[in-house]
Design a protein around this ligand. Sequence first.
Ligand code: GDP
Ligand code: CA
Length: 325
Amino acid sequence: MKIAVLSGGVGGARFLRGLREHLRQTMPDGSGGSTAEVTAVVNTGDDMWLSALRIAPDLDSITYTLAGESDEERGWGRVGETERVSGELRAYDIGWPWFTLGDLDIGTHLARTSMLRDGLTLAEATDRITSRWPLGVHLIPATNDEVETHVVTEDGTDLHFQEWWTRHRATLPAARFVQRNVEAAAPAPGVVESIMNADVVLLAPSNPVVSIGTILGIPGIRAALRATRAPVVGVSPIIGGAVVRGMADACLSAIGVETAADAVALHYGSRAAGGVLDAWLLAEEDADLAPTVEAAGIRSTAVPLWMRDIPTSAALAAAALAAAS
Ligand code: GDP
Ligand code: CA
């Protein structure tokens, strides 16, 4: 079985870890892995150049989580991290003082930057970085091109998404999101193929605007989702009218979408009506919203949506695969 997953960082990483666990249990390959092939198409809109380094937060969040190297308590970055290099950079007034890079994390950024300077594409660099660990999931950046998300605030200020999100904690009212240079961008090799050749396509419970929305904005990816013969199943990142972790509600309100499981499903839309979804998983506490989603032509199932640990994440992945059939 071939599965393609569109994914952002932390929410996507937890979902992918659950999916890998579910597949190991139900389709074991006899040596601890699974016979299923999972390809994650990963958001690169949060990527940036900082302190001479190419940083790819969502690719790295997924890599560290699947490698068992992520800091579970803090919720991001490497476990056992130190921040000595960031202290030095701050002394030289280099980089962003409010954006601390851990030392181990800087190792990844140095490796990536070095590979890019040697002429590798981001996808090739990602293959090399991820080959260090048996992740059990093939990660492909949505695009090799630099398409960074910017936020234009209501007073007309333009800032990189990362500055709006991390420095200002998404408190500056956003008027719109801009994917810089997106018109000229192309999906990375393998992205469209993984969607077209999949048996199932899943939209992880990631930020609908700046993670999944950014991926869908790369020319050719939305068309692939519309054209694939595989069923497309989305998982709600909203539970009981609230974002589970983070500040994704600020992104949704900027594009005029209510922070509600049915509103996000309608925003993605039914494939029968020009959108990208065949089926949608929402939380049991949102079961009363299922009829609205069904009425829009999207099959809708209420299941436990909290990814508390690996077993609950695996159960969610199982429900997503069940919703596909
Ligand atoms: P980011 O790139 O690190 O912001 O991560 P993603 O875009 O992949 O995911 C962020 C979204 O994941 C948040 O908006 C949350 O709503 C969602 N999320 C986080 N934890 C959970 C969870 O346990 N269950 C569900 N359903 N969604 C979650
Ligand atoms: Ca992200």
